[in-house]
Design a protein around this ligand. Structure first.
Ligand code: ARG
Ligand code: CA
Ligand code: ZN
Length: 631
């Protein structure tokens, strides 16, 4: 068995172990076509979601908040379970769209694309999508007693009183470009944020039941809006009709997938049929499982955009109820951030909720969102805000928007000597920091070496001198702050008498695992050239982020493979600590480094010759979802 196959078996065993730890014993068997490689990875639901929730629930603040929101929701949902939306005045939900990592952004086009996407969203939620007739005219007859839903909600792009620091003026649409990072921005609390990112490895993801606290949904740049898009942000068939947002917004508003968790496990919506698992592509109407017809045309399945076209009435009222009961943070903010709110809220909707005043006025073709040749984004941007002054990120050095931002370079830091050539620097976290840089040099006037850091610490490796100088700076939305005051550390002085270093015998290496807070998910295996396991470590303890676990291994010249595994699938960095693994030689020189940024595994094959490691192969899978999110 070659290394790769061996590794596949190991992975499969890990996976089976995960499955069998699920609580539902009627777990649906995996079908053979489940991992066709042209699909986005991780298409199938696994029991990971149980773990997600369990992990999140360990956080008391999260638990308390979620519980309060769920109680409010359950009450209203029960009272109004037979309530049929009367949508003369829909509940307005303010949204903001944040594009991230766009090269050469065309701000006007991106605004137009955001408008196009929100119009699709509103049509889908109101049941006014142009392809709803596929349901009413045909599919509905396979689901007696089920009506399609008309959620009494209308999503509006905010247009006033924007948070400062994003280059937005009153009257501009809340569309930012290259101003945010990740899937949470606390300054945008009170909005459903739509974060458009590149290379998510999925079409999108969202929390199950959003909080309105700066959270939101993530949509891949290949699945945002319809039409030809804007340069690199271009919708790709068959996910080019804007329905990824429809789906993810469903999660944000507490809808589970249509298949729940397999036969007999409900999605908690009474009018959706029991379903074994997700469907993809464009299945025939007669597809069935668990003894009933699959509702694969539902937005909460995994079918192609053109083949999903309805929510059920039960889903629609569940979402509306969640907004009313639990998302006052959004509904209470709309009159502040949306000029079209009026005193009653929603009186600007021209009787329907398909075309929002501020967002759609210049775009009349928004209802044909199932037509992939729709090209409304490039040529009709007669909107009111395309003056080009708002979004280009090269204007982000300190303008007038620095008020309210707590952003400063750290004044305090500590240095921990890990071994004679490696230190770890920790500093206090500036609250609005997006990221940091550390620069260091051998004491004197030589050139600096700069390193980026996502969190408030950094390891510096391969240090060869005794005394180093270093500085740290912080980046916030307004740009880099000035460097902190110079500090120094002295490896020779600080190291002597310190027993932290692991003296390894000659011919040996030290395998150092830096834990994150979920050490119980971490393990590693070291194989020699004939595929024999020669060392392994883990799983470790939880709650020990930053702790280093050291294992000394004899490693004569030859070729090896080391596999770093994460049983949960979210790697070891960087949401719960900056975990990783390093192989150090007897002098503390780093031979192989894993930065912890992977999903379930990362492997490195390398050969040791003359005390040096030559890496011959590195392979890792995509970083997976963070905890509590649904794709
Ligand atoms: N989170 C899901 C995924 O990434 C989104 C599915 C959206 N489906 C669609 N037809 N747009 O797979
Ligand atoms: Ca993990
Ligand atoms: Zn989903």
């Amino acid at each position: 068995m070659n290394l790769k196959n061996l590794f596949r078996v190991l992975l499969a065993l890990t996976f089976i172990a995960l499955l069998s730890s699920c609580q539902d014993d009627d777990y649906a068997p995996l079908s053979t076509n489940e991992t066709t490689s042209e699909e986005f990875s991780e298409r199938k639901r696994t029991c990971l979601s149980h773990d997600h929730t369990q992990h999140l629930m360990q956080d008391p603040a999260y638990r308390a908040k979620k519980q309060k929101m769920m109680e409010a929701f359950e009450k209203i949902n029960l009272e109004r379970r037979n309530f049929k939306a009367q949508c003369a005045s829909p509940v307005l939900v303010p949204v903001a769209v944040h594009y991230q990592g766009v090269n050469n952004p065309d701000a006007a086009c991106l605004r137009q694309l955001a408008i196009n996407q929100i119009n699709i969203l509103n049509d889908d939620y109101a049941g006014t999508n142009s392809d709803i007739n596929k349901w009413t005219g045909q599919a509905a007859s396979a689901f007696p007693g089920v009506s399609n839903g008309e959620a009494c909600l209308k999503f509006v792009i905010a247009d006033q009183n924007h948070p400062s620091g994003y280059g937005l003026n009153n009257g501009d649409l809340a569309v930012t470009v290259n101003r945010t990072q990740g899937d949470q921005d606390n300054k945008w609390a009170g909005y459903v944020n739509i974060y458009v990112q590149f290379n998510t490895g999925l079409l999108g993801y969202a929390p199950l039941g959003g909080l309105g606290n700066g959270d939101g949904v993530v949509i891949d740049a290949s699945a945002f809006g319809s039409g030809q898009g804007c340069g690199t942000i271009a919708p790709q068939a068959p996910f080019n009709l804007g329905r990824t947002l429809t789906h993810e917004m469903g999660h944000y508003l507490l809808l589970d997938h249509i298949w729940g968790d397999g036969c007999g496990v409900d999605d908690e919506v009474s009018d959706t049929p029991d379903q074994a698992q997700d469907n993809s592509g464009c299945p025939g109407l007669n597809t069935s499982s668990c003894g009933s017809t699959d509702m694969h045309m539902n937005y909460m399945d995994y079918t192609n955009d053109a083949c999903m076209y309805m929510f059920s009435a039960g889903q629609a009222s569940r979402m509306t109820n969640y907004v009313t009961a639990s998302l006052a943070s959004l509904t209470g903010n709309v009159s502040n951030v949306y000029s079209g709110s009026g005193s009653t809220g929603g009186n600007n909707t021209d009787g329907g909720n398909t075309d929002s005043g501020n967002t759609g006025g210049d775009e009349s073709s928004d209802d044909d969102n199932t037509d992939s040749s729709d090209t409304d984004t490039g040529d009709t941007d007669t909107g009111d805000t395309d003056t080009g002054d708002t979004d280009s990120d090269e204007t982000d050095n300190d303008d007038t928007n620095t008020d309210e931002i707590a952003c400063f370079s750290p004044s305090n830091s500590t240095v921990e000597i890990i071994n004679p050539s490696k230190v770890r620097i920790d500093w206090a976290d500036g609250s609005d920091a997006i990221r940091y840089q550390v620069r260091y040099r051998i004491e004197g006037n030589g050139p600096w070496t700069k390193k980026g850091a996502a969190n408030s610490h950094k390891n510096l490796n391969n240090l060869s001198a005794d005394i180093y100088q270093y500085q740290i700076r912080t980046r916030c939305v307004d740009g880099w702050q000035s460097w902190s005051a110079q500090q120094t550390f002295n490896l020779s002085v600080d190291y002597s008498g310190d027993d932290a270093g692991s003296e390894v015998g000659s011919g040996s290496v030290d395998i150092q695992v830096t834990l994150d807070d979920y050490g119980s998910e971490t393990s590693w295996e070291l194989y020699d050239a004939s595929n024999s396991l020669i060392a392994s470590g883990g799983p470790y303890e939880d709650g020990k982020a930053g702790q280093i676990e050291s294992t000394l291994v004899d490693l004569p010249d030859g070729c090896y493979e080391i596999d770093l595994l994460d049983a949960y699938g979210d790697g070891m960095c960087c949401d719960y600590g900056n975990g990783g693994l390093e192989v150090l030689d007897a002098d503390g020189q780093s031979l192989v480094t894993f930065d912890g940024n992977f999903g379930t595994y990362e492997l490195v094959q390398f050969c040791v010759e003359n005390g040096q490691a030559r890496i011959t192969k590195r392979e890792r899978d995509n970083k997976k979802l963070s905890r509590g999110k649904k794709k």
